[in-house]
Ligand binder design. Structure first.
Ligand code: HEM
Length: 402
């Protein structure tokens, strides 16, 4: 691949000086990353307190695996989340991370997906029942925004009566990521609610994650109210928006490509490949931050202890030295390599659950409403929202009313 000359490199460096996802669009950012990967792979931005960006697949993967040099603490969402409570396990490094991670792994693991799959299937069916007679729907509001939150309620073990309360709290918390006093206020409500639920399970255990939390110990003692709140928050924050965005992207990618849609209708066994290819092409978070814990060199650039580094897995997943025709949607790839669920110590504990939700939602949609098509797919655009996510807000679709 052709490298850039000195002038082009200087131009790229300048282009990154004021880069942040708050000042760009997903399309512009992808274009800039593609140019930089070949000639300026570790640019620096002065925004948000200053940070380096790692953009190539190998640089991002290597940093994910090297937690000693690239630490998550004190905030993986730094600088966006500075000042808000640290969320376990993502905001911690070993040895604290290991203790928290064990608590998460005990309740959210590969078996979780199997346990809740029948419940997710029923939720998807209910959502489709509500719009199937109308001949049109918004696949975001009517399906993608509903299923992942219900799935997390099943993971936690929340009774239906509390769903609306927790849904409102979760959405309010997400919306207040940049408003620290409000975030802390909602966080406290969450903690109180979580503690009360855990207390119920101490008296009458169930087969759910809140019961796991009721028995979980840190440093030999049971979790306190704030810690229970932090864990339940983490599950809801990590597992909701990410899966909503991915489900929306999946519907968009499949329904805006008639040949892919036909292939999946003819052979639903291809649906998992469509899910992985969507996840590779569109990471809900473009990336997250790390703190440099020791001076180091990456791809010819010196990084100093204490600096911030943005690990951009969205750019890594489009690296054409690893993925042939990286911007194309292809079902015939080795899908095990993308970095959408991270790698190493912090890799996503909910990956199996998220994959199951995406597969079930698309399978049911194609089965129940095979003629579904997007209205004006050419107008659909992803936009950056707070906290580094890139999302499509609405997907109007039509079909023959049943
Ligand atoms: C498509 C949906 C999802 C995507 C793309 C995604 C992506 C990720 C990524 C990239 C990380 C690593 C962050 C880092 O290295 O700093 C992560 C961590 C995490 N995810 Fe997910 N996630 C998804 C769904 C879920 C779900 C459904 C759950 C819960 C049921 C969940 C729970 C977590 C937790 C608890 C962590 C922190 C792990 C740790 O720090 O050790 N995620 N996720």
């Amino acid at each position: 691949m052709a490298s850039v000359n000195d002038n082009q490199q200087a131009g790229l460096r300048r282009a990154f000086e004021n880069f942040s996802t708050y000042r760009s669009t997903p399309d512009k950012a992808l274009d800039l990353f593609a140019q930089a990967r070949t000639g300026c792979p570790v640019p620096h931005s002065q925004e948000l307190g200053g940070f380096h960006l790692l953009l190539t697949y190998e640089d991002v993967r290597a940093a994910l695996m090297d937690w000693r040099t690239f630490g998550n603490g004190p905030h993986a969402l730094r600088p966006i989340a500075e000042g808000v409570p640290r969320l376990p396990p993502i905001d911690f490094d070993p040895p604290e991370h290991t203790a928290w991670r064990n608590i998460f792994n005990a309740g959210i693991n590969a078996k979780t997906a199997d346990r809740i799959a029948p419940l997710v299937l029923a939720d998807v069916a209910n959502c489709i029942d509500r719009f199937v007679g109308k001949g049109e729907c918004d696949l975001v509001a009517d399906l993608a925004e509903r299923v992942p939150m219900l799935a997390l309620f099943h993971v936690l073990g929340l009774d239906e009566g509390s769903h609306e309360h927790v849904r409102r709290l979760t959405l309010a918390l997400l919306a207040s990521a940049a408003d620290r006093p409000r975030f802390s206020q909602i966080f406290a409500q969450f903690a109180k609610f979580g503690k009360a639920e855990v207390e119920k399970r101490r008296i009458a255990p169930r087969d759910d994650y809140l019961t796991t939390l009721a028995e979980a110990r840190i440093d030999g003692r049971l979790l306190d109210e704030e810690e229970i709140g932090a864990v339940t928050n983490s599950v809801l924050l990590a597992g909701h928006g990410t899966t909503v965005i991915s489900m929306t992207n999946l519907f968009y990618e499949v329904l805006s490509r008639p040949r892919i849609k036909q292939a999946l209708l003819a052979d639903p066994g291809l649906i998992p490949a469509a899910v992985e290819e969507t996840l590779r092409l569109h990471t809900p978070f473009f990336g997250l931050y790390r703190r440099v814990n020791a001076d180091t060199m990456v791809n010819g650039t010196e990084l100093r202890e204490g600096e911030s580094v943005y690990l951009c897995w969205q750019s890594a997943n489009r690296d054409s030295t690893v993925f042939e025709d990286a911007d194309d949607f292809r079902l015939d790839r080795d899908h095990s390599r993308h970095l959408t669920f991270g790698r190493g110590r912090h890799s996503c504990t909910g990956a199996a659950t998220a994959r199951m939700e995406l597969c079930v939602a698309l399978e049911q949609l194609l089965l129940r409403v095979p003629d579904v098509e997007l209205i004006a797919p050419e107008t659909v655009k992803a936009e950056f929202r707070g906290a580094e996510t890139a999302a499509i807000g609405s997907l109007p679709a039509r079909f023959k009313a049943q």
